[in-house]
Design a protein around this ligand. Sequence first.
Ligand code: GLU
Length: 295
Amino acid sequence: MTRAETTRFAPSPSGRLHLGHALAALTAHDLARRSSGRFLLRIEDIDTARCRAEFEAGILEDLAWLGLVWDGLPLRQSGEMTRYRAALAGLAARGLVYPCFCTRGDIAAELARMPSAPQGMEGPRYPGTCRQLGAAERARRVGAGEPHALRLDIVACLDALGGSRLAFEETGRGPGGECGPIAVEPHASGDIVLARKDLGVSYHLAVVLDDHAQGVTLVTRGEDLFAATHVQRLLQAVLDLAVPRYHHHRLVCDAGGRRLAKRDRDATLAALREAGVTPGAIRVRLGLAADAHCG
Ligand code: GLU
């Protein structure tokens, strides 16, 4: 008997949904319904400068048009900042984050100066400039009100975990077609930002806390987030959170082979709907089974 899965669709309301989002939403929905589980909706709107109420309304409209009904109320991340800040304070108290005063320009210049820039899964990673700062200098600059982000100290996290090896269970496919247990590469993304200078929290932190809080058992999302899964698994370990399984799915590309993005207005669900395309035709185009209930 398959176990009942709790999945989620977690869009950011910073634009209209396109075919790539439809694949993510339908995958999450179908895997939940086929297992007689729960399909949840989470609105990832912590970036208030980019997110807009009209896009959130568009998401609800597009999901309804696709015929997707979620369980319970959607969780809106902008209403959860207190919870995120408490977790961040806990990590800070354990010495697992450090303030980073670097601008993007500082980081690019530092990487350019290095004879061999440290590489992560997706290219050069943060060179660790502010990890080297002494406690007194950190305190002085923070005290002086210098703008700073908070970065996860991966080395300190690994120390805190006492050398235990981490893995996550992939049920979809990683970029190399992997399935099964995948060993975590803790440095996949380097010392990621956990609290942005402008927002006070980052995507990675909010996502792991919410996957736990919502009882998500199977995280379904595009394979572009495969590297993120490595560091999120590490965060789950240091925060002592439940560990979901993962199902990374392929990305939807345009005719030129490029991953769909907000610029591809013709591929928005709103545009396709207006052009007379039906939800059934969207499923066919995405290579999904027509009937989500008999998998
Ligand atoms: N909000 C993210 C996005 O729209 C998805 C995050 C996730 O699935 O973990 O790409």
